[in-house]
Design a protein around this ligand. Structure first.
Ligand code: AMP
Ligand code: MG
Length: 415
């Protein structure tokens, strides 16, 4: 991993982020009901067929379709088949009362739904049924494996399991599911001026509320992540070294915010270097968020976010999301975004990628976006009305009144 002091282009920073770490090795087997929200560790094939056996799709009468081919039929009906029982074979020329989910008796090949049947009895009180046919073979029954064949590939490794996946895995008799262990993510805020939300301020000192740590906690609040909140840390080199060394020993990824820039109170880059860590990137050619670090310390990946809240947010969702998915074993790539047109004039400097909060003006095509201002790396209010971020490429010129082609990253695709 090379140390880079110059701002690296955003494309290179994405590549470096993907390179920081591979998926964690640990696995555990969980019953389907506990596996939702976890990442499947290996490809999964159906353990058995679904449906598991041929069964009635309706309440009615199991018959040989040929016995009802002529239209109306009157058949003796000596037996009942309920779900969870093992039926005897169906005698030729007879019907069996059957209920939804019950196994089809051998010999039967159709079910007459009860709405076309009239139950009765013959002169000696034996039950029979009149069926207003005709019936075709296969009617109103479900065959074993017609939905999922035994052994059929069902889910790919890396799938973030949701309720659909656990339903299918349980139905296809897959037993317990092997998922990757939760990734451990330590996070901290850095700054002498910071006070946690809800905590009393320091008497007589102007303080800033720590918003980055709650933001990161929200990003990390997922079943596949085990967050480790390391609190607010002071701008103190010795203290930072101690906290970072411990964090790297306990976590797969350490995320910091603040203290990443070049001022005298920014101690994180030096603290990492002093501990033998390496930065693959220390600055990224983007706005907001230039003081963004990607690196490694011991066995942990490192993401050093800027302190300014909008910059920290952009770094967290654009780079953090990707590192998290990569570590967890999910498919991970640079956020792809969607081609869109930005509807307003934006002044910008060439050579760096801009990320602007935008709202969707028209679904298009083309998708039209409106920038929400005022801009600034410390602004949070514009985000509240935004649907996502517009990415303006570094090689693009200033954006004139005609608009510009940009990439749209919808928040729901990012977090
Ligand atoms: P820094 O990146 O440490 O130079 O901080 C840049 C700006 O972001 C300063 O105004 C800090 O007070 C502010 N800031 C740093 N960390 C946080 C945080 N965790 N929450 C809110 N604001 C922060
Ligand atoms: Mg600071």
């Amino acid at each position: 991993m090379r140390a880079v002091r110059m701002p690296v282009p955003v494309a290179e920073a994405f590549a470096a982020a993907l390179d920081l770490a591979g998926p964690v090795a640990g696995r555990e087997a969980l019953p389907p009901a506990e596996a939702a929200g976890r990442v499947l560790a290996a490809d999964l094939a159906a353990g058995g067929p679904y449906p598991a056996f041929d069964h009635a799709a309706v309440d009615g009468y199991a018959v040989r379709a040929a016995d009802c081919a002529a239209g109306q039929a009157l058949l003796p009906c000596p037996v009942q088949v309920v779900p969870g029982s093992r039926p005897a074979a169906l005698a030729p020329g007879s019907a069996a009362r059957i209920f939804t989910g019950a196994p089809i008796p051998a010999g039967a090949d159709a079910v007459a739904m009860q709405e076309v049947c009239t139950a009765g009895s013959d002169g000696e009180g034996r039950p029979n049924v009149r069926i207003d046919g005709p019936l075709a073979p296969g009617q109103n029954l479900r065959r074993a494996g017609e939905d999922i064949r035994a052994g059929q590939p069902l889910l790919d490794a890396g799938t973030l399991l949701d309720l659909r996946h656990v339903a299918a895995a349980a139905a296809a008799d897959c037993g317990s599911l092997t998922v990757r262990r939760r990734i451990r993510v330590a996070f901290l805020s850095c700054g002498n001026e910071l006070v946690a939300a809800g905590e009393a301020a320091i008497q007589g000192v102007p303080v800033a509320r720590d918003s980055n740590r709650p933001m990161l906690a929200a990003l990390l609040a997922r079943p596949w992540i085990q967050p480790l909140d390391l609190g607010i840390q002071p701008d103190d080199p010795a203290r930072l070294r101690a906290v970072l060394a411990e964090a790297a020993g306990a976590a797969d990824l350490v995320i910091t915010s603040g203290g990443m820039s070049v001022g005298e109170t920014d101690h994180l880059p030096a603290a990492i270097a002093a501990l033998g860590g390496r930065w693959a990137a220390l600055q990224v050619a983007m706005k907001p968020g230039k003081p963004l670090g990607l690196g490694r310390l011991q066995d942990a990946a490192l993401l050093g976010l800027p302190g300014n809240p909008y910059a920290a947010f952009v770094g967290a969702v654009m780079f953090g999301g990707l590192v998290l998915r990569r570590l967890s074993g999910q498919p991970a790539a640079r956020p792809a975004g969607q081609a869109a047109v930005l509807e307003a004039e934006v002044s910008r400097r060439a050579g760096r990628t801009d990320f602007l909060p935008v709202s969707v003006q028209a679904q298009g095509p083309p998708l039209r976006l409106r920038p929400l201002g005022p801009g600034g790396s410390a602004r949070l209010a514009p985000l509240l009305a935004a649907d996502g971020l517009a990415e303006l490429p570094a090689d693009g010129a200033a954006v004139g009144p005609g608009g510009a082609e940009v990439l749209f990253h919808r928040f729901r695709d990012l977090f």
